[in-house]
Ligand binder design. Structure first.
Ligand code: PRT
Ligand code: ZN
Length: 304
């Protein structure tokens, strides 16, 4: 596709997501909950948007920031670890920022961590001086080492970073960690996190100047609604008026409740949107404090 075609005024929005991998299903689910639907194409690389003029491009996650920079797609869902790496790479080579993080999406959580062999007595980053550190994230590692004032050799690998110390290719590693099981299986331990990562919505550094601006706004508003209520529940109950203050203290994660009087004025009916997990334990605590007829309802949609 020529740059002219890409920079031409467009009235459809194109979102790139991972074709297959950890982020593909949750990314699709988030977009579908935001009201998007698509016609699947035969090559399964491009899905034409049906409910809104928003099309999907299915690609490798590492390609997403570059596709935004080239204008091939408008937005993308990608790990912050990937986006940061390419932002740092552009910074290092003096190129202007072409993309940025628009929203954190709350799934795909992991850390980019320094890990060292179990046998190391870890005290501080200065122990990395003169050591070889294997990673697929050289730009973030370089920036972090520089900020620490530590000089170390970066060994760039494209995969299987965790076995590098055992193979004698490196002394330590800098890699993604979620449960830590992979590190443990390779006799390594995480000692420092250099980035807290999760899936993010990435978009161009500059706002859109055509019909895509309204489409992107609409999508963001809907996504924000979905993200806000993801773990939220509507809690309904009745309680004697004198118990209400104590009950509300048990609900620090609740929005200000709607309250109305029943039974004259001695009993109140309350409903509140709660953002934390509504466990049995919490319901039992509320009941002990005077709540009756407790009901927890799922929240499907919300528009602020
Ligand atoms: O084919 P494509 O290039 O699109 O996919 P990919 O293989 O590069 O990516 P994929 O699907 O593995 O990961 C996509 C994104 O998921 C990453 O960029 C991160 O943002 C996020 N993510 C979340 C993770 C993990 N958790 C994770 N645990 N990415 C990788 N891992 C690795 C980790 O490094 C370890 O090797 O999974 C392994 C298991 O981790 P532990 O700590 O649970 O043992
Ligand atoms: Zn990848």
């Amino acid at each position: 596709m020529s740059p002219v075609a890409n920079s031409a005024v467009r009235d459809r929005l194109r979102i790139a997501i991972q074709k297959s991998g950890r982020l593909s299903e949750p990314a699709r689910a988030l977009l579908a909950s935001s009201g998007l639907s698509w016609r699947e194409s035969r090559d399964k690389l491009f899905c034409y948007g049906e409910s809104l003029p928003v099309d999907l491009l299915l690609v490798r996650d590492d390609d997403i920031p570059g596709l935004i920079a080239e204008g091939v797609c408008d937005l993308g869902i990608v790990g912050r670890n990937v986006l940061r790496e390419l932002i740092n790479e552009r910074e290092e080579s003096g190129k202007p920022a072409a993309f940025r993080e628009w929203r954190a999406l709350g799934f795909g959580g992991c850390r980019l961590s320094i890990a060292v062999p179990d046998a190391w007595d870890w005290q501080s980053p200065t122990q990395l001086a003169g050591k070889r550190i294997a990673t697929t994230y050289p730009n973030q590692l370089r920036a972090w080492l520089r900020a620490q004032g530590v000089q170390a050799d970066i060994v760039m690998l494209n995969g299987s970073v965790e076995i590098a110390p055992r193979l004698g290719q490196a002394d330590a590693i800098c890699d993604l960690v979620s449960s830590g099981a992979t590190l443990a299986a390779n006799q390594l331990k995480p000692v420092l996190d250099i980035l807290q990562s999760e899936a993010v919505l990435a978009g161009p550094a500059q706002p859109f100047a055509d019909a895509r601006a309204d489409l992107a706004d609409l999508l963001l508003r809907r996504m924000d609604g979905v993200l806000r209520i993801r773990d939220s529940k509507l809690l309904m109950f009745q309680a004697p008026r004198e118990a209400v203050n104590e009950l509300l203290q048990l609900l620090p994660d609740a929005e200000p409740p709607t309250v109305c009087a029943v039974d004259g004025a001695d009993t109140l009916a309350l409903q509140a949107l709660c953002h934390g997990a509504m466990t049995w334990q919490r319901l039992e605590d509320l009941k002990r404090a005077g709540a009756r007829g407790l009901m927890v309802l799922p929240v499907e949609r919300m528009l602020a």
